[in-house]
Design a protein around this ligand. Structure first.
Ligand code: PMP
Length: 359
């Protein structure tokens, strides 16, 4: 039996997608073998790759002057790729908003290659909010400006897109495809797949054309967006199964009504959980109102000695992976696109019952 899965990533995948992959596993497209066992350069796989790109372009209304890349190394690979690809054309300075654990990792990696200026940080209140747009200023002379629109661990989501002079770079790993975005406001958008896109092993990057010629000298070939773009993301053997499965997710998403429908669902699902947290005397959200993520909802119990019991009982009730990240503790429910409303209803009912019994 499939259970309700709140894992932060690798995360729940749509059941129809898994069923299709299962049906096609042994004999894909009548070829007598699986999609994992054919050349990435075969016409059948090239069609999968091209269709996935087109569907992603359609879903996010990606303008034609952006490359869509399917890459390896996860979002962490892009923490390195961003400075390598952007710090070589004049300015060796990058600006960042420090909003939590993932921004911290991106900053740490960028510091190895250039000067990093943190223009805003929410460290003063334990990364429980997104710094407001009017609380910081960009210098205007950086090679790029990086932020993390949704902090997966802290559960903090930005309610605005930063307005800056230089190319805006966003790590959208845990928010991509959950809402419409204006791609033209960004120079670079990247995301690891294993939340709203597909299985782990692949990352997606949208790169504005004019940013392909700004790399540092001696950039490792495997990190170069230009090399990837020129090779159609096939400079070396790509993770074909992850690419195929991501393509199935894109088709499923289109069938569900695309990112507009996902945004409505995300609003409704997260509202139900936050409303419950706010009405409870026992559970609470550590994230400030106005910055609360619709994808990742951390929460704490009034008595953390009950954490273990909560996790045991929730697993028994068919609610998987509610443990918060090891760095912050507590609980976290991730509500990505493939997590249905019924999952949130079941979670809230379980929490209300737990509270009634234990509080
Ligand atoms: N950025 C964010 C916002 C993330 O949530 C994650 C993974 N949870 C990463 C980066 C790292 O991604 P990966 O494991 O694909 O390298």
């Amino acid at each position: 039996m499939r259970k309700f899965n709140f894992c932060a990533g690798p995360a729940a995948l749509p059941q129809p997608v898994l069923e299709q992959a299962q049906r096609e596993l042994l004999d894909w497209q009548g070829l007598g073998c699986s999609v994992m066992e054919v050349s990435h350069r075969s016409p059948e796989f090239v069609e999968v790759a091209e269709r996935a790109e087109q569907d992603l372009r359609d879903l996010l209304s990606v303008p034609s002057n952006y490359k869509v890349l399917f890459l390896q190394g996860g979002a962490t690979g892009q923490f390195s790729a961003v400075p390598w690809n952007l710090l070589g054309a004049g300015s060796s300075k990058a600006e960042f908003i420090h909003s939590g654990s993932w921004a911290a990792k991106a900053i740490k990696e960028a510091r190895r290659y250039g000067e990093v200026n943190v223009v805003a940080s929410s460290e003063d209140r334990n990364f429980s909010y997104a710094p407001a747009a009017d609380s910081w200023q960009s210098s205007g002379d950086a090679a790029y400006f990086h932020y993390t629109p949704n902090e997966t661990i802290g559960g903090v989501e930005f309610g605005y897109v930063p307005e800056v002079e230089c190319p805006l770079v966003a790590d959208m790993s845990s928010t991509i495809l959950s809402q419409p975005i204006e791609v033209e406001k960004f120079g670079v958008i990247y995301a690891g797949a294993q939340k709203n896109i597909g299985p782990s092993g692949i990352a997606v990057a949208l790169i504005r054309d004019d940013l392909l010629d700004r790399s540092l000298e001696n950039i490792p070939r495997s990190l170069s967006w230009k090399v990837a773009a020129e090779a159609g993301s096939m400079d070396n053997t790509p993770p074909t199964f992850a690419w195929y499965l991501s393509g199935l997710v894109f088709q499923w998403l289109k069938g569900q009504g695309g990112v507009d429908a996902m945004a409505k669902q995300a609003d409704a699902k997260s509202k139900m959980l936050y409303d419950f947290l706010d009405s409870s005397d026992f559970f609470s959200s550590p994230v400030e109102e106005g910055s609360r993520s619709r994808m990742n909802v951390p929460f704490v119990l009034a008595d953390d000695r009950l954490d273990k019991q909560f996790l045991i009982e929730s697993e028994e009730a068919g609610l998987l992976s509610l443990k918060g990240h090891r760095s912050v503790g507590g609980m976290r429910a991730s509500l990505y696109n493939a997590v249905p409303m019924e999952a949130v209803e079941a979670l809230v009912a379980f929490m209300a019952d737990f509270e009634a019994r234990k509080a």
